[in-house]
Design a protein around this ligand. Sequence first.
Ligand SMILES: [Zn+2]
Ligand SMILES: [Zn+2]
Length: 98
Amino acid sequence: MHSCPYCGKDCINEEAVNMYLRMVKKFFKYQNKDSEITFERYPTVGEVGECKETGGRIYLCPYCEKPFKAYYKNEEVVINCPHCGKILALPATNRTFC
Ligand SMILES: [Zn+2]
Ligand SMILES: [Zn+2]
């Protein structure tokens, strides 16, 4: 069980967590660390639910498998996991295009 990074309760969709971790395994198998393309180079962060109390979106890091509060930096397509500091690509829905 993972606890919500906002309220500490069970807001995280465990089904989504399992699905995401299965998918990301495949990514690591074919990961191209020298690629110019962000999405071949870094794993996309997992979207594993919304906090029922605050409505905040919950992300999951594929490296440390810990949930954290969704955030993004302006005009950046990557963020760092607040737990382990690894670079993660943002899901397409949050990307800002110039
Ligand atoms: Zn919550
Ligand atoms: Zn992490």
